[in-house]
Each structure stands twice: as C-alpha cells, then as structure tokens.
Design a protein around this ligand. Structure first.
Ligand code: HEC
Length: 103
C-alpha cells in the first residue's frame, strides 16, 4: 500500500525540481505585478523617462541587465536595490515574462 504513495512523491519531487530550473512566466508575472510594475508597468510598456520599456525585449538581454544590477557592475540606485533581492530563478522568470509580451 505504501509503494504508490512513495512513487507519487518521487514523481512530484522530480516535476518540481524540473520546473525550478525552467523559467516560469507565471512566477515572473506575479513578481512583476508585485514589484516591477510600479515603475515599468505590468505590461512593461512604460517608456516614460527614466523607466525603460521591458516588453518584448530579448530575455537574454533582460537577464544580463538584471545580473549586472545585482552585482553592481551596472549602477542605478533603484535597480541595484531591487535586483539585489532577486535570485537567478527570479531573474529568469521576470525576463521570460517581459520578453514574451508584445509591446
Ligand atoms: C522604483 C522604480 C523601479 C522598479 C520598482 C523597478 N525598476 Fe527596473 N528600472 C528603473 C529605472 C529608473 C531604470 C533605469 C536605470 C538605469 O539608468 O540604468 C530601470 C532599468 C531596468 C532595466 C534595464 C533596461 C535597459 O534598457 O537596459 C531592467 C531590465 C529592469 N529595470 C528590470 C526591472 C525588473 C525586472 C523589476 C522588478 C523586479 C524592476 N526593474 C523594478 C526603475 C525601477
């Protein structure tokens, strides 16, 4: 009787570790709604200075920009602070989310 439960735990564990590596646009969207939207807009289309548009930008570019803000090789008082609290996974998620939006 215990075997099916253990098997399903293993399967669940595998599924969650796989999804932890792939970027999740859904997690990215909720992070964007909670944090980034205040300045960049929930659709990432704020082109009002000084907030650059994020919608439709290349995910690789967005990820690298966020990592540079996080390690402070790119300076911005605002973005250094915000990116400082993002994990690699958070960065991949928000980059995937904004990259996917048609501006
Ligand atoms: C309080 C306002 C504010 C918030 C909140 C904010 N940003 Fe920014 N963001 C800025 C400003 C201002 C800049 C321009 C900084 C500079 O001069 O490099 C910027 C720049 C960026 C850039 C670089 C764009 C480019 O063209 O190179 C990215 C990427 C970015 N933000 C992503 C995010 C993400 C993702 C979040 C949410 C986790 C976020 N930002 C939250 C204000 C904000």
């Amino acid at each position: 009787m215990k075997a099916p439960i253990i098997a399903s735990l293993i399967v669940t564990g595998l599924a969650s570790s796989v999804s932890a590596q792939a970027a999740s646009i859904y997690a990215g969207e909720s992070r964007a709604a909670a944090v980034c939207s205040q300045c960049h807009g929930i659709r990432g289309t704020s082109a009002d200075a000084p907030f650059p548009q994020l919608a439709g930008r290349d995910a690789v570019y967005l990820e690298s920009a966020l990592k540079k803000y996080r390690d402070k090789t790119r300076k911005s008082d605002i973005m250094n602070n915000i990116a400082g609290s993002l994990s690699d996974q958070d960065i991949a998620n928000v980059a995937a989310y904004y990259a996917r939006i048609k501006p």
